[in-house]
Unconditional design. Structure first.
Lengths: 277, 504, 306
């Protein structure tokens, strides 16, 4: 644990993430404003520091709602959705990639061709198909998001497996009787950890942005519930005259990505057996 | 830089006038015609065949290449184009007298044969999108080279309005339509040069256009830019000269940019939110009334549309036959609550379905409406769906309120009534059915405008009372132009017509 | 090796057929009626049925697929429902713009991303490294449309250095490709950095220094070679994103690319265009991934298949 804390990146990244998560979770206690109810007469107010009225530190949106409130409440939904999607995509992708690389042969071929097939379909089409079957719901949205992301992990892990399993010392370990699982746990996974952590922490932002695109297109979350994705989408048409609508959630996403990146890189530095400073 | 150019032109034109006969109208036209206008439109044109689309944008663009028999002006009058005059001979017969001396871009003369070909083609080729409109044509007969008589199966009073949208084709296109529409030829002020699907279309002036001294510019390019920010940016960067479908919120940014003018016109368009009359909420006229009372239309107009909309006083918007004044719908949330309580509804949930991106600010407005209705105890669940799915849901009747609108196409309410307020038409839509209305619609089909006005007013009185739909506001069409553009007319029907514009 | 190639080609063919069937079926099963999309709201149901009949959509699914296969073999991908022109022509019209954007963005990604990654890794912990991290974060998290519109407003409207939109000349390529490349560049930078750090940690210390080679040579030769595998994986997938997933960038910059074409076609239920694009892009994907897999064996002979 102390080693954990000695890595500045982990600390900073972790703190950042924790701060955002706690702020979002504590939204009802942090802000008094209603994130849903429109308030006519105070539309598109700039943030407090840039000429806006008091009481709205981050300004108001196109329906007069307090942006800070929407940001915090929206964070709950977006963080959970994006994290869930990344976890699902990474989990499924790693397992599939491992299986394909280790077992090889027909399974490998089948999986990789399935990945090819799926990649040929734009996410929007998958989204329309899924929504048509199960309707618009957070679960459907997470499935679509995860579906769009698993291949990256699968491919990366598979490539790593193919490289590593032929390494001399691994072959040696196997002749000495080490079972597949041990080989996986000891040799393969740690080596794939680095790219997976990097990919995972990058993908978080992608998931939020994808959620934004899908919600905007009517395939994701529906207004008036706030989510960072919806805030981005609604702010898109106001970029020329009320830039804070889209920029504020964009900054929030950047902070989360920064935290996730630092945490990811830090953890990788810590856990990667080959990397010693 | 400007002055010398202008005075030189004036000098030349002036001397042309002085010299009179020798200079001639064509020389004057040639000297007056210069410049390259670029327009940025929000809706893509999908085809070069006037009979194969039903879109405002395509009609607007194709109007530059083809002429129809008649045009509609910005104050809603029908004026001659390729037809010099037209009149109803009886309830099921129209006679058109055609203009002489007009030629297609390839030199062939425009005669009754063109009209016969164009009309018969759109009626008989059921693969064409507009075909269903012309199924009521019984016969199209050529009386002589410049007179055509059209007989219809039942009264077709709206025929002239439909004809404003149908460009006339040369009979030579028969038999090789694919080749023809690869490089089409019309009688319009501009000739077709090239088209990149979904991106832009290039046109050049028709030097021999039958209207004198038109067009004023040498070249015209229409770019299709659906994204509003991009359209506005292109105008602000002086890359294009005119954009359409500007949002109210964009107006101040555009006005603040030097070199740009913003123009707005009350549009021939009414927003309509129709109830699904077969579901619980829509079936009960008390609920409909309560919903109508709970919506503060004036706040929507003032706060969300920034004044760029007008209160509705009849279902038919101003500019179309039948428009009348039935007063404004009141806003009375207390009364709404009382009605709901009396009817025994504790809580009510309405599904409000929107078609993605169809109308400016629709999502914003829907959220405002949801808030207003929650004040009277109605919970609204907004479903912003992509268009194809939304349509399927509507056919299936899976909605309570549907965000829609009615733009003029054509400049006549008959077709709109026929589709939405007859039993057969509304069967797979709102499930509306009222025999009185049905009868009046049939009676309103005759060509006599006085009769039509009266019948439509009666229909509207019934609908106003019955409220199968909410009519929140009439739209306002907002355009923005470069101040280099001269003589641009902001139209109420969202057409962007550039025959008469000039470039400074 | 050769048998592997043959197997892979055969598998690719099967994949493509699978894709075509899947596309075909999904399009027709998902709700949404092409005739309704073409006809105006409230057109009579008889007109809708008639148009669907003309579009060939009233036949049983397998009959439609048979007709489709037979025409594809002849090079005829059908008539676009939207444009009433041959679907293949509509799609091919978009190829130049798409390729230019994709290649430029890809070039930017590799050049800028790898450079940032190298600098950050070699100067780990320094100001360069932190700057690289910040850039990477921004690149990943800034929404595409935000970056695009901001760049457009700055360089197009305020400074008027570059065109705001459209496809004409190299100037109009700059803003869209920068916008499109932002995310992959960030990703590549991070991957390069992390892969390099791993390698630098081990081989550099052991082999290079012992040989007495200069630092740059060691870095470039040994390290990059090993970092290439994960990079290639990502790049291979990014090509797909750049081709078909550039829809937001293309929308913002009115760029006539295939991304926007396919999304519009999906919303419009323009089956022939969707089918054409998806089959074509599946082909490209399959070919690229075949290529990437083969590259793996060239770059790292330890990877062997079969």
């Amino acid at each position: 644990m102390s080693r954990l804390l000695r890595q500045p990146m982990i600390v900073v990244g972790g703190l950042l993430l924790v701060a955002v998560i706690v702020a979002s979770a504590a939204a009802p206690w942090l802000v008094a404003a209603d994130p849903i109810k429109p308030v006519f007469g105070q539309r598109l107010q700039p943030p407090r520091g840039l000429g806006g009225a008091a009481g709205h530190p981050l300004g108001t949106d196109n329906l007069g709602r307090d942006i800070l409130a929407r940001l915090l409440y929206g964070g709950r939904i977006s963080l959970v959705l994006a994290a869930g999607a990344v976890a699902l995509a990474a989990g499924a992708g790693v397992v599939i990639g491992l299986a394909a690389g280790l077992v090889g042969g027909r399974l490998d071929a089948l999986v990789m061709r399935l990945a090819d097939v799926q990649l040929a379909f734009p996410v929007i089409m998958l989204a329309i198909a899924i929504v048509a079957v199960v309707g618009t719901s957070p679960a459907a949205l997470v499935s679509v998001l995860a579906l769009s992301g698993w291949v990256l992990y699968a491919r990366t892990v598979r490539a790593a497996v193919l490289t590593i399993r032929r390494l001399d010392y691994v072959e040696a370990a196997r002749t000495l009787g080490a079972g597949d699982l041990r080989v996986v746990a000891v040799h393969i996974l740690p080596n794939t950890l680095a790219p997976i952590l990097v990919l995972g922490s990058s993908q978080f932002a992608t998931m939020v942005l994808l959620e934004s695109g899908l919600s905007f297109l009517g395939l994701g979350l529906q207004p008036p519930q706030p989510s960072w994705g919806l805030m981005l989408a609604e702010g898109r048409d106001y970029l020329s005259n009320a830039w804070w609508l889209a920029t504020v959630p964009g900054i929030a996403i950047s902070l989360v990505v920064l935290g996730a990146n630092l945490l990811g890189d830090g953890l990788r530095d810590l856990l990667d057996p080959r990397l010693r400073q | 830089m400007e002055k010398p150019r202008l005075s030189r032109r004036r000098f030349l034109l002036g001397s042309g006038a002085v010299l009179g006969v020798a200079a001639g109208p064509r020389a004057a036209r040639a000297q007056a015609r210069r410049g390259h206008v670029i327009a940025g439109l929000s809706e893509r044109m999908l085809t070069l065949d006037p009979a194969n689309h039903y879109s405002i944008s395509s009609t607007s663009v194709l109007r530059h290449v083809y002429d129809p028999l008649l045009d509609v002006t910005n104050d809603d009058k029908f004026v001659p184009a390729l037809a010099e005059s037209w009149k109803p001979v009886n309830n099921t017969t129209w006679r058109f007298t055609l203009r002489k001396g007009v030629r297609f871009h390839d030199g062939t003369p425009f005669t009754a044969d063109s009209v016969l070909f164009t009309l018969k083609r759109v009626r008989d080729n059921t693969k064409l999108i507009k075909s269903f409109v012309y199924q009521d044509l019984e016969d199209v007969r050529k009386d002589d080279d410049y007179t055509v008589t059209v007989t219809t199966k039942r009264p077709f009073g709206s025929l002239p309005a439909h004809l404003t949208m149908l460009g006339m084709l040369p009979p030579g296109a028969a038999g090789n339509e694919d080749a023809f529409f690869g490089k089409p030829v019309g009688t319009g002020p501009f000739r077709f040069v090239s088209w990149t699907h979904g991106d832009h279309v290039d046109l050049e002036a028709n030097a021999k256009y039958w209207k004198p001294a038109l067009p004023k510019v040498e070249k015209l390019t229409v770019r299709f830019i659906p994204e509003l920010s991009t359209r506005a940016a292109a105008l602000r960067a002086a890359e294009i000269h005119v954009i359409d479908r500007v949002w109210p919120d964009m107006v101040s940014t555009l006005r603040a940019t030097p070199g740009i003018k913003v123009l707005d016109m009350p549009a021939v368009e009414a927003q309509r939110w129709h109830f699904q009359l077969a579901r619980e909420a829509g079936k009960d006229p008390r609920i409909r009334k309560a919903v109508s009372l709970a919506i503060d239309r004036n706040t929507i107009i003032k706060e969300l549309l920034l004044g760029y909309a007008r209160p509705v006083v009849s279902p038919i918007p101003p500019g179309l036959i039948g428009h009348t004044n039935l007063g404004q719908k009141p806003y009375d949330p207390d009364k709404a609550r009382a009605i709901l309580k009396q009817a025994g509804y504790q809580t009510l949930t309405l599904d409000f379905v929107l078609m993605k991106d169809l109308y400016p600010k629709q999502l914003e407005i829907a959220q405002a409406v949801a808030a207003m209705l929650s004040e009277v105890g109605i919970k609204v669940s907004i479903r912003n769906l992509e268009i194809a799915t939304a349509r399927e849901q509507r056919t299936a009747g899976n909605y309570d309120l549907f965000f829609s609108g009615w733009a003029h196409m054509p400049h006549d309410p008959d077709w709109y009534f026929g589709q939405w307020f007859t039993r057969a038409g509304a069967e797979k839509l709102t499930r509306f059915s009222d025999p009185r209305v049905e009868q009046l619609i049939a009676e309103g089909r005759v060509p006599d405008p006085k009769v039509r006005q009266q019948k439509y007013e009666e229909i509207e009185k019934i609908l106003w009372e019955d409220e199968p739909e909410i009519w929140p506001y009439y739209s306002v069409a907002i355009y923005a132009i470069s101040d280099k553009l001269r003589n641009f007319e902001a139209r109420r029907d969202y057409y962007v017509l550039l025959h008469e514009v000039g470039i400074a | 090796m050769r048998s592997y190639l043959v197997t892979r080609i055969w598998q690719s063919a099967v994949t493509l057929v699978g894709v075509s069937i899947l596309v075909f079926v999904i399009l027709r099963v998902v709700p949404g009626d092409p005739a309704k999309m073409l006809l105006p709201e409230g057109a009579p149901q008889s007109a809708v049925d008639e148009l669907n009949r003309h579009l060939g959509l009233r036949e049983p699914l397998w009959v439609q697929y048979g007709i489709f296969l037979r025409s594809v073999v002849r090079g005829d991908f059908g008539q676009s429902f939207q444009y009433r022109s041959p679907a293949l022509r509509v799609v091919v019209e978009r190829v130049p713009a798409t390729i230019q954007l994709a290649l430029t963005a890809m070039a930017l990604t590799v050049l800028v991303g790898v450079s940032i990654g190298i600098v950050a890794a070699v100067r780990q912990g320094s100001a360069y490294d932190y700057a690289g991290t910040v850039l990477a974060v921004l690149g990943q998290s800034l929404p595409n449309f935000w970056l695009g519109i901001m760049l457009m407003l700055l360089f197009g409207v305020t400074l008027r250095w570059l065109p705001t939109s459209g496809f004409h000349g190299w100037q109009s390529l700059v803003l869209p490709s920068v916008t499109l490349a932002a995310f992959p560049t960030a990703l590549v930078a991070r991957l390069t950095r992390s892969s390099l750090l791993e390698i630098l940690g081990q081989e550099y210390i052991r082999t290079g220094r012992a040989k007495g080679l200069g630092e740059p040579r060691v870095v470039l030769r040994h390290a990059l070679k090993n970092a290439t595998i994960p990079l290639l994986t990502v790049l291979g997938l990014q090509i797909g994103t750049l081709l078909g997933g550039a829809v937001i960038t293309e929308s913002i910059f009115a760029w006539p690319g295939m991304g926007k074409l396919v999304v519009d076609a999906i919303f419009f239920r323009d089956f022939p265009v969707v089918q054409t694009i998806l089959i074509l892009s599946a082909t490209i994907f399959v070919v690229i991934n075949l290529f990437v897999d083969l590259l793996y064996t060239v770059i790292d002979p330890r990877i062997r298949y079969g």
